[in-house]
Design a protein around this ligand. Structure first.
Ligand code: FO1
Length: 324
């Protein structure tokens, strides 16, 4: 079967390991709103996390960046920043961001190609030649998109600064997806939505990962119109995010941090929403009848992505739900 998955970083990548093991033809539409330019290189965290995870190069400890990573360049940059002192050039060094030495090769090569006019989708295809992820990885758009976060302090910062430097501890009042209106879906993205046998929303962040992909003109419409069933897996288990800080994002847009609130946020397709089916963890099975009453196909299955066996079972459950 042809399965198209909208994915963010770590959570989506883990789910994809399970889905890939089922042997279907998988196309991943990757979030690019986390992307940031630093020190002249374009960093694409969610695309790289999917590529490294499925290419078996990911740091198991961190879930992002490379296994066996060193940070010698970062340490050198920090030494310069400390010697120079803040204000006159030192703030060019984002010492709060873990720029790894091995990871830098990916950013240098991608940035060199992009400077020569190579679109992000082609850069991603080339990089995947090495990592062989076993899926087709497409950026949601070749146009630059960045998620910026409005804070209660009145400041607006790049998502990476909020997520990494602030650990999302400063309350966000909203998200602006800079560049989304002007963006067009990358080559192959719309086709991957119309040609799919099943479309899956994995347990990625509904706001800053899946929400950003949906903000690219044409993608939400294609999901509304496609004949493929659309099923999602809750990123919230027992009123808390499985990982990451989805709760900080959901509260910023006024969505409760519950398994069924996220489903309703996406909306049931029969009523103009985006999904037909929704999987919640067994701990949240009490919300299933309410979702069914609202027109969702819904089931409670284990959703903790502890290992390949559990993510494979989740992938199977999502395809079974889609078949219903
Ligand atoms: N996440 C962190 O929590 N700390 C970091 O220093 C960090 C560096 C980093 C470098 C490259 C990359 O591709 C991802 C990186 N991430 C880091 C993860 C990233 O910030 C987020 O996980 C994603 O953007 C959210 O899905």
């Amino acid at each position: 079967m042809r399965v198209t998955v909208l994915s963010g970083g770590i959570g989506g990548a883990r789910f994809l390991l399970g889905l890939r093991s089922l042997g279907h033809d998988v196309t991943v539409i990757g979030n690019t709103g986390d992307d940031i330019t630093m020190l002249g290189v374009r960093i694409c965290p969610d695309l790289d996390t999917v590529m490294y995870t499925l290419g078996d190069g990911i740091s198991q400890e961190r879930g992002w960046g490379r296994e066996g990573e060193t940070f010698r360049v970062r340490e050198e940059l920090t030494a310069y920043a400390e010697a120079i002192g803040a204000g006159n050039g030192a703030d060019a060094v984002p010492s709060w961001f873990g720029l790894g030495d091995l990871d830098l090769a990916t950013h240098l090569l991608r940035s060199e190609w992009m400077r020569g006019g190579v679109p992000l989708s082609e850069c991603t295809r080339r990089l995947c030649e090495r990592w062989q992820p076993g899926v087709t990885l497409l950026p949601a758009s070749d146009s630059p998109i960045e998620t910026h976060v409005s804070l209660v302090t009145g400041r607006t910062v790049h998502f990476q600064e909020w997520w990494v430097r602030m650990r999302a501890q400063i309350e966000a009042t909203g998200f602006e997806i800079v560049g989304a209106e002007q963006a067009t879906a990358a080559p192959g993205v719309i086709d991957a939505l119309f040609d799919a046998d099943v479309i899956v929303f994995p347990p990625s962040n509904p706001v800053v990962s899946i929400g950003v992909i949906l903000a690219v003109p044409g993608i939400a419409d294609a999901i509304h119109q496609t004949e493929a069933p659309v099923v999602g897996l809750s990123p919230i288990v027992g009123d808390a995010p499985v990982r990451g800080m989805a709760d900080a994002c959901l509260s910023a847009i006024g969505v409760p941090t519950t398994a069924d609130a996220v489903a309703r946020h996406y909306g049931v397709r029969a009523a103009g929403g985006l999904i037909d089916g929704w999987l919640v963890d067994t701990i949240d099975e009490a919300v299933v009848p309410g979702l069914v009453a609202d027109g969702f196909a819904a089931e409670a299955v284990p959703l903790l992505m502890t290992d390949l066996e559990s993510t494979t079972a989740m992938a199977k459950a999502s395809l079974t739900l889609a078949a219903r």
